[in-house]
Design a protein around this ligand. Sequence first.
Ligand code: NAP
Ligand code: G3H
Length: 488
Amino acid sequence: MFSCIFREGNIYKNLCGGQWTESSAGERIKIYSPVDDSLIGEIQAQTRADVDFAIQNAKEAQKEWAKIPTSERADIIHKAARIMEKYEEEIADVLVKEIAKAKSSAISEVKRTVDFMHFTAETAKRMTGETIYGDAFPGFDKTKISLVERVPLGVILCISPFNYPVNLSISKIAPALAGGNSVVFKPPTQGSISAMYLGQIFCEAGLPGGVLNIVTGKGSELGDYLITHPGIDMINFTGSTEVGQHIAKEAGMIPLLLELGGKDAAIVLEDCDLDETAQNIVKGAFNYSGQRCTAVKRVLVMESIADELASKIVAEVAKLTVGRPEDDAQITPLINDKAADFVQELIDDAIEKGAKLLIGNKREKRYIWPTVFDYVTEDMRIAWEEPFGPVLPIMRVKTIEEAIDISNKSEYGLQGCVFTKNIDKAFAIAQKLEVGTVQINNKTERGPDHFPFLGVKASGLGTQGIRYSIEAMTRSKAIVINLDKDFQ
Ligand code: NAP
Ligand code: G3H
């Protein structure tokens, strides 16, 4: 059994300055399960003074942490990964209760996190600087040499969303630590119990006190104080476009890495394998009930094959199970009532404006049955807005140009995908889509985690992915040697 130093009964404490701390105001937030409203536990509602304490500890600890050899920092990350592996089942059970993620997906999230940590540790050891001689530039010779290395930025504020509270936290924390930074980590409130296992795990792995500090409390109350704090040297955020844009306005002149919302389109051409395409689209749209930034959020299909594709999609959707995450149902309750109300609004708007309902539009509290609309048009909200729920709109297009145009009209630019057997057409489309990544003959998705992952337009700023994340959380530092020309 996991030795839960961070928990007394069902009250959770935070790792801060190498100690397990409570809110200085003595206040806590109760975390209820979206599955059955049962109380899972209580987390600390921290204050501004607690934030100051966390950042001060992070600032002091970072100086020593940066001096530790990269191989030793990597060893600690490897050790933390092994500890996490041992407790995979326990963390997955918390994910099931806290964010209603199906048990098999919760296990996958933990396994992926373990792999991410090992890969990060190995990548950090293989990152090198460069030596540049002056003679490539007119008027200079080889006596001028720039030695360029990467140095940490300092204290990184890592903020993660509810849908991957473990994996999208480690995707910030591990590369930040590997690069010699210290971390102030603000987990999502709904998801914080799962995320706080990371504190326990790093503590057991021997991470020096103050290098990782956790702050819990509602983003709406504590967020602005954190993001504008002068002790923060960089913010690495994943979450909604609304909060991301707010951070970009408020944070001032510090580096930002923002991974935000999406409205990923699947463009389907006449010559694709329709069975595989339908299966891919349904997985992409409905995994974790559509609560993924990279979910397929609209289908743009050529008119001539639209009937056939739609009926294959419906046949796949009809197989999806709706139920409790512990029973490994594919469609589980949405994260809260507000999220389910929002999805229902988009469904109602589409019906009112004449979309053809193919399947779904059934709701019981936070359960929304997987819903597919055909004949969705540009005046409908579901054509543009991110539902973050199990609803898929199909839009029929006459030409490839029309598909590209509708795809690019979106405010978002996370990913897109193209289904066709014609690689020339696929490439031509991929080059025109205004997104971070285009998948050819596969659903949109983030992994594997050493690939670059980024959004453009309202979908983000900067690039994630193991090496890219380490680079984003470090900077170049050049030391220039000027040799005596007489010795040349
Ligand atoms: P969210 O409401 O934006 O919350 C994300 C995080 O920001 C939470 O930890 C939240 O804390 C915190 N927060 C809220 N207000 C803040 C403020 N003023 N300052 C600082 N932090 C603040 O997003 P979510 O509902 O958890 O996640 C769903 C959204 O994330 C979707 O739009 C999805 O597309 C996007 N997402 C994007 C990616 C990507 O990689 N592109 C990945 C996953 C999710 P509280 O929980 O305490 O409110
Ligand atoms: O929710 C956003 C995640 O970054 C998506 O990751 O494509 O592996 O589910 P995923």
